[in-house]
Ligand binder design. Structure first.
Ligand code: G6P
Ligand code: ZN
Length: 542
């Protein structure tokens, strides 16, 4: 019944920031999925008889890969696979299920916020028993294995019916098709004051949640509308589609423009939010005000005690290095730890496991806590709702009050997408070469205090990660950061992160790009960005 199939390595099966991501046609090459999945299974020790969690965001090719993984898990000797009905599970739900059911690990099928469909992207990611993405030690071993793999093993069997909840045998493997929402919804209910949020909706509070035709639709319908009483229709684009309706399921101001326009217009509801392809990112917009992910992290950390799950206070906050330093001010005021990690949620895992950080966040629209080991889009929405239910102020008022208390960190990210790799490298090389000469230099009113190539020393396991982004730090708290994206699938994406701290409440009402104007000009000059990339303007500004 178990077939051993000879195979040859494929180039480039290197897991990036968040698993292996490639165009669908790359994954469709015969043996491509099998090689990678076998490489994962080959490096796992002690998985025999254990439980694996499996699900994806429903994008094109999801169902086919679910069947392959099931049959290969059977051949690899797993005891049980918990698969979401229809092959669906959001990324945070995979994490929640792994933890609740004490699984050995999980496989997430997603390319997150990247477009789907036959010409879109696909991805495979392995999560470990704490529910979080595999650490580099494991992903490096998987990559090494992909380079030497000579055969894979797969059970010869008909496809499993993944649309019916229940348990079936696949060879010696037990396949349990689970409700993708139930465990996750139960976890949310244990963290948040659902009665208070219900009362908020009953009082006439309106929201719109845009699921972007991706995985959070079923979760949002069940939790926001059916359980918490948000008006029917509050959730839009709530049915997961293989091509996300042709849209880019990235909840930012560019791809969630409809939501943004609604929230800025005369008919804005009280609260707007969106999540990405696999449900781990979030976008928060109040009536007339976009809350940057960095500010949202700081606000959630400052107010988390208003939710029952965090009523005892939080132990610490962790943020990725390019994320603004707004959260640092909250941590300082509360006298709790603040940790600065490289980009990538996996770096938070150790801090969460060790109880050093409770809430984590990234500028890339990810926020989460120790309840799972992934960032969690709906969690952020529910924590916001819990806070709004307790404070009964508008989002705009809560944000303004936060800035008055802690100061405002003006913040923007400028992306140069699909740049030829050499051109993007030219910018980074130029800055890297200049780093030693920058401290002490002045550019107009901006004086460089320090400049470095960010390296992280993990305080828990002692590991080191070098070259995680170039930082130019100015006196007074401004920063320019250059970094190449680790998640793109075409060419390189250069990201420039720009931040300015403004303590004076009288100056908190500026337009962000205007407030950052001198830094923006300098950022382009220092890297000769137009000259090196041939692009006069970034392709995306968030
Ligand atoms: C994924 C990861 C995040 C990370 C983001 C950065 O979403 O899960 O943890 O912040 O990628 O992407 P980038 O394209 O900047 O490498
Ligand atoms: Zn995602």
């Amino acid at each position: 019944m178990i077939r051993t199939v000879p195979t040859k390595p494929f180039d480039g099966q290197k897991p990036g920031t968040s698993g292996l991501r490639k165009k669908v046609p790359v994954f469709q090459q015969p043996g491509y999925v099998e090689n990678f999945v076998q490489s994962i299974f080959d490096v796992l020790e002690g998985s025999a008889g254990q439980t694996l969690v499996l699900g994806g965001d429903g994008r094109f090719f999801n169902r086919e890969v679910v069947q392959i993984v099931l049959k290969m898990a059977a051949a690899a000797g797993f005891g049980r696979v918990l698969v979401g009905q229809g092959g669906l599970l959001s990324t945070p739900a995979v994490s929640a299920v792994i933890r609740k059911r004490k699984a050995f690990g999980g496989i997430v099928l997603s390319a997150s916020h990247n477009p789907g469909g036959p010409e879109g992207d696909f991805g495979i990611k392995y999560n470990i028993g704490n529910g979080g993405p595999a650490p580099e030690k494991i992903t490096d071993a998987i990559f090494a294995r992909t380079k030497t793999i000579a055969e894979y093993r797969i059970l010869e069997a008909p496809d499993v019916d993944i649309d019916v909840i229940g348990t079936v045998a696949l060879g010696d493997l037990t396949v349990e098709v689970i409700d993708p929402v139930a465990d996750y919804a139960e976890l949310m209910q244990s963290l948040f004051d659902f009665d208070a949020i219900r009362a908020l909706f009953r009082s006439g509070f309106h929201m719109r949640f845009d699921a972007m035709s991706a995985i959070t639709g079923p979760y949002a319908h069940r939790i926001l509308e059916q359980t918490l009483g948000a008006a029917p229709g509050s959730v839009v684009h709530g049915t997961p589609l293989p091509d996300f309706g042709g849209h880019h399921p990235d909840p930012n101001l560019v791809y969630a423009k409809d939501l943004y326009d609604l929230m800025m217009g005369p008919d804005a509801p009280d609260f707007g939010a969106a999540s990405d392809g696999d449900g781990d990112r979030n976008l928060i917009i109040g009536r007339g005000i976009f809350v940057t992910p960095s500010d949202s992290l700081a606000l959630l950390a400052a107010n988390a005690h208003l939710a029952p799950g965090y009523a005892k206070g939080i132990a610490g906050i962790a943020r990725s290095m390019p994320t603004s330093r707004a959260a640092d001010r909250v941590a300082a005021a509360k006298g709790i730890g603040i940790y600065e990690t490289p980009t990538g949620w996996k770096f938070f895992g150790n801090l969460l496991d060790a109880g050093m950080a409770t809430i984590c966040g990234e500028e890339s629209a990810g926020t989460g806590s120790n309840h799972v080991r992934e960032k969690d889009g709906l969690w952020a929405v529910l924590l916001w709702l819990n806070i709004l239910a307790q404070r009964r102020q508008s989002v705009a008022d809560i944000v303004a009050e936060h800035w008055r208390t802690y100061g405002r960190n003006y913040y923007s990210r400028h992306d140069y997408e699909e740049v030829a790799t050499e051109k993007a490298n030219a910018v980074v090389d130029r800055i890297r070469a200049a780093l030693p000469s920058l401290p002490g230099r002045s550019f107009g009113a901006l004086k460089v205090e320090a400049a470095d190539d960010f390296a992280y020393h993990d305080p828990v396991d002692g590991s080191d990660s070098a070259h995680q982004g170039l930082r130019v730090l100015f006196e007074g708290g401004s920063r320019i950061i250059y970094r190449l994206s680790g998640t793109g699938t075409a060419g390189a994406t250069l990201r420039i992160y720009i931040e300015r701290f403004e303590p004076d409440p009288a100056r908190h009402g500026q337009e962000t790009q205007a407030a950052l104007a001198d830094l923006i000009v300098l950022a382009r000059q220092l890297g000769d960005v137009p000259g090196n990339t041939g692009m006069a303007e970034p392709s995306v500004v968030t």
